[in-house]
Write a protein that binds this ligand. Structure first.
Ligand SMILES: [Zn+2]
Ligand SMILES: [Zn+2]
Length: 210
């Protein structure tokens, strides 16, 4: 499995590229901004993007979706409960920024337990609501991509429409911290971590603030 992370845009969003070394197909996760850089990275890695998966529908995670889609014609995927965010500037929060954006509807709506194949690499979809109703995490090659659900030392905000803090903490404890402690965690913003590190030291999860 080929795995690359790019920090993009003013909010330092982590866009991840997951590729199959055999078929050279790739998934782009959260093309938040700087579509040109994402496309160049795909080219450098000699990968062809076959699907674009959003961990959730907020503007900072979907901002370059149009650019990556136009260049690749890839399948667009998002959890069914965040699907409306792609087509509504109000729901994806871009209405509150300089550029109101909306896209066509997704090609495939995801649910918990779905598997997406990228060449021979299996991506497992884990529904982790709380930051948004349709937030997902993705397990690929033993790595956990957690979007805005779980960060190194912090957790996602729950004060946007559809957010629910108790549900967010439940999602993290019941769906993410169940993986073995050495499992690497790749959040939607900021540095990587591990399941063990977050279980032990994340103040929102070990009873200090949570
Ligand atoms: Zn978000
Ligand atoms: Zn975000």
């Amino acid at each position: 499995m080929i795995f690359e992370g790019l920090s993009v845009g003013p909010m330092d969003n982590n866009c991840y590229i997951i590729g199959c070394g055999e078929t050279r197909e790739a998934a782009v996760i959260d093309p938040g901004d700087e579509g040109g850089r994402i496309l160049r990275k795909l080219e450098d890695l000699k990968l062809k993007c076959s699907c674009i998966i959003m961990t959730h529908g907020h503007i900072d995670h979907i901002g370059a979706l149009g650019q990556v889609l136009d260049a690749t014609g890839a399948q667009v995927m998002i959890h069914e409960r965040d699907a409306g965010m792609l087509t509504s500037p109000g729901r994806n929060l871009s209405m509150y920024t300089d550029t109101s954006i909306k896209f066509k509807a997704a090609d495939k709506l995801l649910i918990d337990g779905d598997t997406v194949m990228v060449g021979k690499v299996e991506l497992k979809i884990i529904h982790t609501p709380g930051h948004t109703p349709g937030g997902i995490s993705i397990l690929a090659g033993g790595k956990l991509i957690t979007g805005d659900t779980l960060f190194a030392g912090s957790v996602g905000r729950s004060d946007f429409p559809g957010g629910d803090h108790d549900q967010l903490i439940r999602s993290i404890k019941e769906k993410l911290l169940v993986f073995s402690p050495e499992t690497p965690v790749y959040p939607g913003h900021g540095p990587a971590s591990t399941v063990g590190e977050e279980s032990k030291n994340n103040p929102f999860l070990n009873g200090i603030w949570g």
